[in-house]
Ligand binder design. Structure first.
Ligand SMILES: Cc1ncc(COP(=O)(O)O)c(C=O)c1O
Length: 508
């Protein structure tokens, strides 16, 4: 027993922030699990262990009680405390696996996480577009969270917490906080020409969840979804991992442009970004909108309209939604506060046809167990008091200036050698690269140099891909734009032009 107390006293850290009781408990658990203390070993009395370790006897008594409660030791009054046999039941472990797989092969597979994944899980992870870095020049799709009126939010939040009723702190079945749904329906009617009542609005954690819910309620595994080519990687991931097959549909200057063959085979779902194609930035023309709506009506296709950042248009007024033209109730409109306020808020909304509203309310509660009513209440007040509109107005001016500074920088460094696509709206544009370029290599080299961009080719699902860089300007302070672009320009020079001397080089 002396050995146990010696080992324990060598391990105990007197200076540690972790109380002695917890340290002792963890050490003894570890000793039992690893076999250092074999089953059946009698533990020293609490008095002698406490003495050896110079700790209070009560501390050791508490540790023994806890070990006994968790099944590590067995205590019998009068005869002492013994280490329990915690080894896995050998009979149960040696049973053959249910599917008859070779246990040795399983051990090898378990060494690599790939072996643990379903095939759809593997595809999700292989194609993952999400990046660890979410902030800095020129991260696309991220608003300037430093400009968010945090004080106003905090004031509204404190007031609500002071008078919080129990209703705000529990689960939130029913599609979300009613006043928020009312505020959003007023906002969307005016700002986006969406036709809706508060009943048609369902609050979610964002566009990803809205798409997921729509697919689960309106499509079956194995059915097909049209996606734009190229499209947002997140939408692709959500659709695919819900078991849908994707058909990439080409886009041109007028938006979605399905071929005859595509049209002959109607999908269950068509996911589009008509007001600002993601990532290329074009607007779907009125003729294409009407064609798509008519096609959806005839073939019972659900259109998911992803309206992720339409408030930010710099040359003209924001464009009306596709949902506002839909007389056949085929459009599910999805939006988010992520780009307008801050992405970490994780509040989004969907507008569903009236007859579907009850099933969406039940579906969202059943699948995701909604909550966050307090956040939703703060947001409702934020919108009703006019802060959303004024924040968006202020950000539109700010982002418009940053966009112009970035375009000026592109022109200064490259003249018209690199086209800027989709620069009229949103939080990013695409900087086109020549065909011979490798946008993934440029992205990696830029990251090494401290600049974040995203490769356009990563957004395509088919073989034909354009080379380019998604370049965000919204979260980059004015004064950082030129120096950060100078770094990016150097990387592009090295990666694209220096390697192909015949290609058009930097403008004079
Ligand atoms: C086109 C598009 N849709 C949806 C999203 C994500 O929306 P949310 O954060 O609300 O899930 C993004 C984010 O970048 C996006 O670019």
């Amino acid at each position: 027993m002396e050995i146990l107390s010696e080992w324990l006293s060598a391990q105990l850290e007197q200076e540690s922030a972790e109380p002695v009781y917890r340290q002792l408990l963890h050490l003894m658990q570890q000793a039992i699990l690893t076999g250092r203390l074999a089953p059946g070993t009698k533990l020293p009395s609490s008095r002698s262990l406490a003495g050896d370790l110079h700790v209070a006897r009560n501390t050791v008594l508490h540790v023994y009680d806890q070990l006994s409660a968790e099944g590590y030791v067995l205590s019998t009054t009068g005869s002492g405390t013994y280490v329990a046999d915690t080894r896995p039941d050998s009979a149960a472990v040696s049973l053959p696996p249910l599917d008859g797989a070779d246990p040795a092969a399983e051990t090898t597979a378990a060494a690599s996480p790939r072996g643990d994944m379903s095939s759809r899980g593997q595809r999700l992870i292989d194609q993952a577009g999400v990046s660890a870095k979410q902030w800095g020049a020129f991260m696309p799709g991220v608003p300037d969270v430093a400009e968010f009126p945090a004080r106003t939010w905090s004031r509204l939040q404190s007031r609500l917490w002071r008078s919080a009723s129990h209703g705000l702190l529990t689960y939130a079945p029913g599609g979300g906080y009613r006043p928020l749904r009312r505020a959003l329906s007023d906002y969307l009617r005016v700002a986006r020409s969406v036709r809706c009542t508060p009943d048609q609005i369902i609050i979610t954690t964002g566009i990803h969840q809205s798409i997921d819910l729509t697919v689960r309620l309106l499509a079956d595994v194995g059915e097909r979804a049209w996606v734009e080519e190229p499209c947002y990687w997140g939408a692709r991931s959500v659709l695919q991992s819900s078991g849908l097959k994707l058909t990439p549909i080409p886009i041109d200057d007028e938006g979605l442009n399905p071929s005859e063959a595509d049209l002959r085979d109607p999908p269950r779902i068509a996911l589009v970004t008509p007001s600002h194609q993601y990532p290329l930035g074009m607007v779907m023309s009125l003729a294409r909108r009407r064609t798509l709506l008519e096609y959806a009506r005839q073939h019972k296709v659900w259109i998911i309209e992803d309206d992720y950042d339409s408030e930010f248009r710099y040359g003209s007024r924001p464009l009306a939604s596709l949902q506002g033209l839909d007389d056949a109730n085929q459009v599910i409109y999805v939006g988010s506060l992520g780009k307008l306020l801050f992405p970490g808020l994780r509040i989004g909304y969907m507008v569903v046809p009236e007859r579907l509203a009850p099933i969406f309310r039940t579906g969202v509660a059943e699948l995701y167990r909604e909550g966050q009513l307090m956040q939703q209440a703060v947001l409702a007040e934020f919108i009703m008091d006019g802060y959303l509109t004024s924040h968006v107005r202020r950000m539109r001016t700010l982002y418009g200036e940053r966009r112009q500074l970035l375009i000026d920088a592109v022109t200064r460094h490259f003249g018209d050698a690199l086209p800027v696509m989709g620069e009229e709206a949103g939080l990013h544009f695409v900087l086109g690269l020549p065909e011979h370029a490798d946008d993934r290599a440029v992205t990696a080299a830029a990251l090494d140099a401290g600049v974040i961009v995203r490769p356009l080719t990563g957004y395509y699902n088919g073989e034909q891909k354009r080379q380019g860089l998604l370049t965000g300007y919204a979260c980059v302070p004015h004064e950082e734009i030129e120096p950060a672009f100078a770094t990016l320009a150097r990387v592009i020079e090295e990666q694209v032009f220096a390697r192909a001397p015949h290609a058009k080089r930097r403008a004079a």
